[in-house]
Design a protein around this ligand. Sequence first.
Ligand code: BTN
Length: 247
Amino acid sequence: NALSITVQNLVTSTNTVLKEWAVHGAPEGTILIAEEQTQGRGRMGRPFYSPAKTGIYMSILLRPALGLDDSVLLTTSAAVAVSNAIEEVTGCQTKIKWVNDIYIKDKKVCGILTEGSVCLEGGGLEYCIVGIGINVSRPEGDFPGKLRHTADGIFSNSKDSIGLRSRLAATIINNFWAYYKNPFHDNILTEYRNRSFIIGKEIEILSGDTLQQATAVDIDTRARLVVRYQDGTQKILTSGDVSIKYT
Ligand code: BTN
């Protein structure tokens, strides 16, 4: 089926608006791109800073024949799609921080928020929205607060880059759609692992109030993180469980 892309100047959050459209029957392949978001949302209830002209804020509506468990592979595909698109269009090398943040050097340039609604009958997904936020250039007057130190644009200078943003958005959509329609998940996971900078690293895992040291051992076939604690026990983590710090 055809993709339908809408671009709007200002929205609260492309994920929130597209969710409304989904509830009212919008078909798979409906894509909403905004120039600016007033209430851009990140994972774990965090805000996503979304100023005008320097970023890409995009959400893609899917109606996949998948259960919730498999929907993580959509996020994985989106991360690989963005990573590859950034390299294709700009030549910049990117790394994926498990589970779905994209980094250039040690700064975050992209986050992905996948949200779904589960059918009560059957437990499949009624719809799924993959939201992608990219800092293309550093915003005028810089990022607020501590984002100044943790975030960056793909380009560190601030310039309005409509041509570049359009090319990037188009390449991301093309890549993602190709992966989604031909889901050779093994290939995506291999690319994901190759770009991942967590495997083999010492990490700290915050779960509830406890902080534990561990080594990241692998990313499994469901994009979960396999870790080994200092006492030798292994555990498989899903993205919802924990917050990871790289030591
Ligand atoms: C994260 O970094 O935790 C995820 C950030 C996801 C941001 C994108 S921007 C487009 C879409 N709309 C939102 O409100 N969030 C996502």
